[in-house]
Design a protein around this ligand. Sequence first.
Ligand SMILES: *Cc1c(COP(=O)(O)O)cnc(C)c1O
Length: 354
Amino acid sequence: MELTQPISVQRVQQSRLQEVDFSNLGFGTYVADHMLVCDYKQGEWQAPAIMPFGNLTLSPTSLALHYGQTVFEGMKAFRMQDGRINLFRVHKHHERLSRSLDRMAMAIVPEDVFVEGLRQLISLDKDWIPTAPGTALYIRPFAYASEAKFGVKVSDEYKFVIFSGPVAAAFQKPLRVRVETQYVRAARGGTGAAKCGGNYGGAFYPTTKAKEAGYDQVLWTDAKENKYIEESGMMNAVFVIDGTVVTPPLSDSILDGVTRDSLLTVARDLGIPVEERLVSIEELEKAFRQHTITEAFGAGTAAIVAPIGTICIHDIDYQLPAYDAQAIMFRLRDQLEAIRTGQAADKHHWNYVL
Ligand SMILES: *Cc1c(COP(=O)(O)O)cnc(C)c1O
């Protein structure tokens, strides 16, 4: 890909790679050697620069700090079976970043800066990509309003940054989640479909309350009636009811998860019935009573699938049956993993191989 402005590269003098304990990666413990930074000013994106990972400087009046114009992405690079590197669904992530930026009235990062920036950055830090099953290089592209001016306004300047770090899969032990009917994550017409920092900031308080009560996450409900399930924590919520994979339809209060889309597509490919439709709390209660609900899980890049073991509805803990390797969620996860590592055909062209 030809960039209008070439990316300058300043390499680290000494890699930090040997500090990494690859047998105990955790999530968010390590950051790779380099980052990419690109500035938007005077109506234009400037030349991107790859440099050693380090602190950014910013003015106390930077608009992002006050009025919350910040947006991010989360994606993963995998080591394929033949040793090549795969950036998973890079174009879909760029599409979503663009939608989030647009919703927050921020400047759109050009696709070539995003894709070519990732390609060069991840090629440079390729030795940071772990190889054990379930591990990956987590990539965090983000943008924020960098204009230094404390009057309330849409920023005229932005900074786009990408860094990465090796991770193990998050949330592997079954989660205890509580249906939330007091607080909401997102409302119709709001920013729920944008991956913006404020959605997370607003979710911490109810999540902390749920944690104090012994739960890991909240199962969000709709803002209007608190009747329909929306998402699980910061993941899309998926259920298996009567052998059908059921998930709430996309809306402006549900984030269009790349993992959600990938798992649903894989399910359809495997001949497993899929329904994108409203799921009410009442339906879940009934399904528990009739034992027709067999699985519940969160879907997101960090965990891929995060099994849910317990759902608390109106102060009653309902238990999901124990999961074995035959669970639909694990079959979908494993098929997705096979596509990413090159062991299964990539018929939807999801892999961007370096
Ligand atoms: C990021 C995110 C997801 C998951 O999206 P993926 O693309 O699958 O990682 C789901 N819900 C919310 C609210 C999110 O921010």
